[in-house]
Design a protein around this ligand. Structure first.
Ligand SMILES: [Zn+2]
Length: 93
């Protein structure tokens, strides 16, 4: 049976060198620190891209290396889908 929610893992990305808040990463189904897990990187500037590890992310301000902190996770529930249309009241002639 398919679970009706997915666990989404989050971490904040911060620069080692200047402490700049570089954005967040998230992954689905496995922690962001697990090897081989694809990550979605959401930069503070609004850009988003897929990365294979946080090692691919560099600080937008000083090009320094980054680290992840404040790991968190939450459940993301799928939208409930109605199986059939709601029956309509017949029009009165
Ligand atoms: Zn930096």
């Amino acid at each position: 049976m398919v679970a009706d929610y997915e666990v989404i893992y989050f971490a904040e990305i911060r620069c080692y060198w200047c402490g700049h808040d570089c954005g967040t990463v998230n992954s689905r189904g496995a922690p962001t620190t697990a090897p081989g897990v694809p990550l979605e990187y959401h930069g503070t500037g609004g850009d988003s891209r897929a990365v294979r590890s946080i090692g691919e992310i560099r600080c937008a301000r000083c090009r320094g290396p980054v680290y992840a902190e404040n790991h968190d996770k939450r459940r993301e529930y799928q939208n409930f889908v109605f199986r059939q249309r709601r029956p309509r009241r017949p029009k009165v002639a």
